[in-house]
Design a protein around this ligand. Structure first.
Ligand code: SF4
Length: 399
């Protein structure tokens, strides 16, 4: 009997995402000692004197804590958050107010096994580390500094040893796509909490990298679906992974080959071959569509100077927490309201039957078409072309 993977396919927030976010990301600084080729923040070594102060940061944490329960996930990112001398104080403050606080640091000498233990003691729950290659050569060339791969591996082990949950982030571009099977294996062997694939948006220094084209992206997402039975996978700025999960689950239920129905390309074949042997039978995670959130819909980003964006990759600000409360901006600003309105989407994303669970990358639409409501050019799907619309409708009804 074929397993029905279309049941309970969605993780839904237990609240109205137009009313409150599921995740809040605060860029505590843009300062960083690395020089990553794909840096969204175009980070430099020195802190901006206009960054939110410790007191302003605490006010932001108070506002986030007042949203719950359930408390939103609060992520401190950068730049490199370790550049802020008040980082421990901020983590302690957020944790004491019941916020699950996570940290997205850079792998520099500022972060050691001892520091991680200390941060854990302050109440830090989870850590995300970047891994853009399976070798010293590949990863360090992305990071622009020697020794980062080794340090990342050491920090990964140290974080696990002190009980932190570890998420690994990989930015997918043409230069590193062949390394994905090896990185998947590292994630499996080191028991990663979640492997998050960032589908590059040409903003900041990332504009200099080679993005995948839409067909290659389709191949990578189908490869990720295969991985996701064993390692928990999420995508950032790759919202149509949710469409791929639904399509693949429907085809599995019908006992049909994805290769044939979806006409997967040579990149999928290469990645799949390189993944073997992969422990498909030891399924530890039910394949579920990642949480249905998108720019401004469950997600909010606050910049180092307090500007509020629907996504860290979307350089349009809806207000500033120095002037208005975060929730007021999130609920009422015309930009956030527009981002949540799928009926306003243009191109293929507007009429697409998957738009309510996908909606495409608004950041990529802005970066490439100059319009945040345009279609996502990294998606190859032609709306209405999946041959089992009644199955799609049934799955979407579960929402
Ligand atoms: S066309 Fe747009 S809404 Fe439809 S799957 Fe692609 S990105 Fe998502």
């Amino acid at each position: 009997m074929v397993a029905d993977h279309t049941e309970n396919l969605f993780r839904r927030p237990r609240f109205d995402v137009s009313h409150r976010p599921f995740i809040i990301i605060w860029e505590v600084t843009r300062a960083c000692d690395l020089a990553c080729v794909h840096c969204r923040a175009e980070a430099i070594r020195w802190r901006n004197p206009s960054e939110l102060t410790t007191d302003e940061g605490k006010q932001l944490l108070d506002q986030a804590a007042a949203i719950g329960p359930p408390a939103p996930l609060f992520v401190l990112t950068g730049g490199d958050p370790m550049k802020r001398p008040d980082l421990r104080e901020l983590i302690e403050y957020g944790a004491a107010r019941g916020l699950p606080v996570a940290l997205s640091p850079s792998a520099t000498p500022l972060l050691t096994a001892g520091t991680l233990e200390e941060l854990r003691g302050c109440g830090l729950k989870a850590l995300s580390l970047s891994l853009d290659g399976d070798s010293v050569r590949m990863h360090d060339s992305f990071r622009g500094v020697d020794g980062v791969f080794e340090r990342t591996m050491e920090l990964w082990a140290a974080a696990r040893a002190c009980g932190l949950k570890v998420q690994v982030n990989t930015t997918v571009v043409r230069q590193n796509v062949a390394a994905l099977p090896a990185i998947a294996r590292m994630a499996l062997e080191r028991n990663v909490m979640t492997w998050v694939l960032f589908f590059m948006v040409p903003t900041g220094r990332a504009s200099a990298l080679s993005p995948l084209d839409a067909d290659e992206c389709e191949d990578v997402m189908n490869f990720l679906y295969d991985v996701a039975g064993t390692v928990r996978v999420k995508t950032t700025e790759g919202h149509h992974f949710r469409r791929v999960v639904i399509q693949r689950a429907i085809l599995e239920r019908r006992g049909l080959s994805a290769d044939a129905v979806l006409r997967l390309g040579p990149l999928y074949q290469r990645l799949s071959q390189a993944l073997e042997p992969w422990p498909r039978k030891a399924t530890i995670h039910v394949r579920r569509s990642p949480m249905d959130i998108n720019a401004g819909r469950g997600f909010v980003f606050i910049s180092h100077i307090g500007e509020v964006h629907p996504s860290g990759f979307l350089p349009l600000a809806a207000g500033n927490v120095r002037k208005n409360p975060l929730l007021e901006i999130y609920r009422q600003s015309p930009l956030f309201v527009r981002m949540r309105d799928n009926r306003a989407l243009g191109g293929r994303c507007g009429p697409c039957e998957f738009t309510t669970v996908c909606g495409g990358s608004r950041s990529r639409a802005l970066a490439i078409a100059g319009d945040p409501l345009a279609e996502d050019p990294l998606c190859a799907y032609q709306p209405g072309s999946f041959p089992y619309p009644e199955d799609v409708a049934r799955v979407l009804e579960q929402r």
